[in-house]
Design a protein around this ligand. Structure first.
Ligand SMILES: NC(=O)c1ccc[n+]([C@@H]2O[C@H](COP(=O)([O-])OP(=O)(O)OC[C@H]3O[C@@H](n4cnc5c(N)ncnc54)[C@H](O)[C@@H]3O)[C@@H](O)[C@H]2O)c1
Length: 274
């Protein structure tokens, strides 16, 4: 029960890694605020998490006995973000943990000069500015209470480049920079900010994640062979499981990591060791 008595916000919670973190946090005793856009976004060429998937995550979490609030909000919209965090504070009074998991893998698949203004803006708006907006809304309460842990889900694409993936890679590199700067801003207030860099995570049906298949499509990797191809890049010869990421997030959320801030925790089966 590492998170007993803590209230945690998770964005991108309708499915995938957001759902995995939410479930692990619920099991660890946290009360939860689960946020997702809950609908498709113009310009993203694949379906995003739905409201019913968000509710399903909540139902799975409630089985552990804690309180769960769901809010549909688009992290691109400052008013949505303020409303969501306002609802969270109305329900719980304080927030101790924020996981920025909301993200998109596409529009991608183009060389840098081929990316349009709209495609660039969309990627940065969701994958980088969205996390900044959530932090901006949640941090004042954490500073006031002198306690908090923020976990920004970046990627190995935040550590190295991938061909035809510049917008995503730039956003995820930016997220690591944001994490380090914020860690310094808030260290005097005992608010910790860390980045988590997953390698290639299996799209597990329990969590309904679909990002790896979408990354494959963007990188022109055959979708029916993509798992095999991504495995070859990971020296431990296995895809990462959503629970591996949730376990790392739990460590960063809980008090065992109380002296850890501004760091990048990579869970990639050795991919970035080369
Ligand atoms: N799956 C992987 O292999 C992998 C690897 C590295 C990093 N990541 C990162 O992990 C995070 C979660 O990815 P995933 O695999 O669970 O993907 P996913 O597509 O399965 O889930 C992402 C969730 O974010 C939500 N979302 C997207 N845009 C949003 C917005 N504007 N506002 C609110 N919610 C929004 C979606 O609706 C969806 O439910 C992402 O930031 C992703 O970049 C994933």
């Amino acid at each position: 029960m590492l998170l007993q008595g803590k209230n945690a916000v998770v964005t991108g919670a309708a499915r995938g890694l957001g759902r995995a973190c939410a479930l692990r946090f619920a099991e660890a005793g946290a009360d939860l605020v689960l946020i997702d856009v809950g609908q498709d976004i113009a310009g993203v060429p694949y379906p995003l998490g739905s409201e019913s998937q968000l509710e399903h995550t909540a139902e799975l979490c409630r089985k552990y006995g804690g309180s769960v609030l769901t809010v549909t909000a688009d992290v691109r919209e400052p008013r949505d973000v303020e409303r969501a965090v306002g609802q969270a504070l109305d329900r719980y009074g304080t927030l101790q943990v924020l996981v920025n998991g909301a993200g998109i893998a596409a529009p991608s698949g183009k060389a840098v000069h081929e990316i349009t203004e709209d495609e660039w803006d969309l990627m940065i708006d969701v994958d980088l500015s969205g996390a900044w907006r959530m932090m901006k809304a949640v941090v004042p309460g954490m500073v006031e209470q002198h306690a908090g842990s923020i976990i920004n889900i970046s990627s190995t694409a935040g550590l190295v480049g991938y061909r035809h993936f510049a917008g995503y890679s730039a956003a995820k590199h930016g997220l690591i920079g944001l994490t380090k700067a914020a860690a310094l801003d808030y260290a005097p207030f005992r608010v910790r900010v860390n980045a988590l860099c997953p390698g290639s995570v299996r799209d597990d049906p329990v969590f309904e994640g679909r990002m790896l298949a979408e990354i494959a499509r963007s990188l022109d990797v055959a979708v029916d062979e993509h798992e095999q191809i991504f495995v070859q890049a990971q020296p431990m010869n296995a895809l990462i499981e959503p629970d591996d990421i949730a376990g790392a997030a739990l460590y960063l959320a809980g008090d065992d990591s109380r002296q850890v801030t501004g760091t990048t925790l990579t869970v990639d089966g050795g991919f970035s060791a080369r």
